[in-house]
Design a protein around this ligand. Sequence first.
Ligand code: PMP
Length: 427
Amino acid sequence: PYTGPSVDEILAKRREYLSPSLFHLYKNPLNIVDGRKQYLFDDKGRRYLDAFGGIATVCCGHCHPDVVAAIVDQTKRLQHSTVLYLNHAIADFAEALASKLPGNLKVVFFTNSGTEANELAILMARLYTGCHDIISLRNAYHGNAAGTMGATAQSIWKFNIVQSGVHHAVNPDPYRGVFGSDGEKYARDVQDIIEFGTSGNVAAFISEAIQGVGGIVELAPGYLPAVFKTIKKAGGLCISDEVQAGFARTGSHFWGFESHGVVPDIVTMAKGIGNGIPLGAVVTTPEIAEVMTRRSYFNTFGGNPVCTAAGLAVLRVLEKEKLQENALVVGSYLKDRLIELKDKHELIGDVRGKGMILGVELVTDRELKTPAKTEILHVMDQMRETGVLIGKGGYYGNVFRITPPLCFTKEDADFLVDAMDLALSRM
Ligand code: PMP
């Protein structure tokens, strides 16, 4: 049994010694002390089904024994900086990772986070093209350092930064967007930005295939192919931010961009790729990667032996346990059950996403699409009482984000939907 500090003691220390901006998911916060597979355990030993942690931390399940063994073995042997000496761990993972990407995307730069990966991707695009302008989508989240906070396009995540050369295009959001699911119509805005907001040439377009923080928004079909063409014509590079949608999560494909039939020039990833270990990566072509030899460049811990040993173990687990197939089969089943729930509860305005990156948007009025901001908190709390932890996001904070570890089962899906059904029925 847990004998550590109580919730109140931890809260007191946080208040005194930690950043006042640090937040927790529940008003009455949970003290999580253990994790196994798709389950989390609190200080009282109570088990919760984790329907959210897949995005932030784990893709193959909490404390997967193979990943833990890889981390422990490498830690016992050596943990060091990535630079200075040779070590096989970084090269082995780079090779394995490159084999998962299409075309000539085979040069890997490792980082410690998604923010760092996107900062580097933007830097490379600017160097390669000699242009400064970046186009990103409204409602996007790409990070919280100067460049990526500029590319992020939600006021709640932006501080008073100098946002140089960033343009935010109309979001091809099938649920709330003005053109519905007509991707090509939204794409014209990118052409307009280039014509009326830049010199006619741009450095890059960056987007998620499914916006995560933005509330699991799938880009309207046809949008990415049209925009990629436009950006290429303007001399720019296309960057795919796969921090949330990548790594087998969508089920049908390993990468989110693949279901749009496009091949980006640069792909960025982080979060689940290390199953909880800080690890990010940028993958690009040898030609683009070459720009980083113009000056000296390194990242002390990006790709260090412990993190890359974890990354390689994650890839092997995904393959061994066929987790991409599981994401497709169980994710599709879960989505179908959520769609049925929408027929039953007026509060559900939309169900969307692919595989194990799903969103349920709550609205108090289906016509007006009024965000159900307080109702969602209530449902979330009730689900926690039943033993299900779920995420929340979107600009209005009214979208459930369901992004479990990829080992989630059909029984877990049933339990989640039943818990949501019960909470909604009691509203
Ligand atoms: N890109 C996307 C799509 C993200 O969701 C996030 C994190 N929410 C990031 C980048 C930034 O990653 P990190 O927090 O690891 O810097």
